[in-house]
Design a binder for this molecule. Structure first.
Ligand code: GDP
Length: 295
């Protein structure tokens, strides 16, 4: 994950680690390399520039030049700023409703159905929940079958209405079913499109209005870089979602989505998908991610 970024950041600190006498010019050069590394990782230009400006300000404010080990101090400043960029401390999800209702949104292929299964599995195991999965992706019949297969794997029931093309009805009926059967959590998988379109947005807004979810999670493929950020903005404008799920972080993603999304939508990344299997889900920790990025 993020190998390229890690490598480039490492080499951008070489100037500081190598020279005995560090100057303000060395720091500026090193930060220019940091900025280049961020741009290569597909971080938006303004975010990358603001990032290095903030690090520079802190470096000068904390008198890095007089520090015993200026190189190490710069690495620490970049580390803290990376963690801050991705969200400060980790945040949980709201499960207060009875039943709690979680709505899953995102483009087609982003990993919504897979994540719905993973989240049900996670909350069942870690929080002792009794989830019901609602199959709201009515346009892709394979999505309903896919969710049923995942449900069987993790031993979680899947709610569908055979032949229905009405996702609002499926969502509200699933919540009623959970109430009747004493299930305390409903996870609603929804339909996505290949790109943002009005019909998809109207539909998911209607589901939100009908079920009033405790938590709305936006799922995005981390391989899509800055596109991921634009999609997040479009969904957030309509849904005002609570958190982001970054999928496919096990692939050779460059890091742009992980590093940019929070600055743009001001919502925390809550989970990351690390594979296709039902247990390949991690709770997101910005500090740990910053550790990994810096190698
Ligand atoms: P949806 O259309 O948004 O419901 O997307 P799917 O859940 O069907 O996922 C699309 C493809 O991505 C499937 O082949 C999944 O197995 C795969 N996928 C989903 N999440 C991950 C992940 O975290 N890592 C990897 N490597 N593949 C994933």
């Amino acid at each position: 994950m993020f190998e390229n970024l890690t490598e480039k950041l490492e080499s951008s600190f070489k100037i500081l680690k190598g020279s005995h006498k560090i100057t303000e010019i060395n720091i500026a050069e090193s930060l220019k390399d940091v900025r280049r590394a961020l741009l290569d990782a597909d971080v938006n230009f303004k975010i990358a520039k603001d990032f290095t400006d903030r690090v520079k300000e802190k470096a000068l404010g904390q008198d890095v030049l007089k520090a015993v080990n200026p190189g190490q101090m710069m690495v620490k400043l970049v580390h803290d700023e990376l963690a801050e960029l991705m969200g400060g401390s980790a945040e949980g999800i709201n499960l207060s409703g009875k039943p709690s209702v979680i709505l899953i949104a995102g483009l087609q292929g982003s990993g919504k159905t897979t994540f719905s299964g993973k989240l049900a599995n996670h909350l069942k195991r870690k929080k002792g929940k009794f989830p019901l999965l609602a199959a709201g992706d009515v346009y892709r019949p394979a999505a309903i079958d896919q969710l049923k297969i995942l449900g069987e794997q993790i031993n979680v029931p899947v709610y569908t209405i055979e032949g229905s093309k009405d996702p609002v009805n499926i969502a509200t009926s699933a919540v009623e079913e959970a109430e009747q059967k004493g299930q305390d959590l409903v996870i609603i998988d929804t339909a996505g499109r290949l790109a943002v379109d009005e019909q998809m947005m109207n539909e998911i807004a209607a589901i939100k209005k009908a079920v009033n979810p405790d938590e709305i999670l936006f799922v995005v493929d981390s391989m899509t870089g800055q596109d991921a950020v634009n999609t997040a903005k479009a969904f957030n404008d309509v849904l005002n979602f609570d958190g982001v799920v970054l999928t496919k972080l096990d692939g050779d993603t460059r890091g742009g989505a992980a590093l940019s999304i929070r600055s743009v939508v001001n919502k925390p990344i809550k989970f990351v998908g690390m594979g296709e299997k039902m247990d390949a889900l991690d709770v997101f920790h910005p500090e740990r991610m910053a550790d990994r990025i810096l190698g």
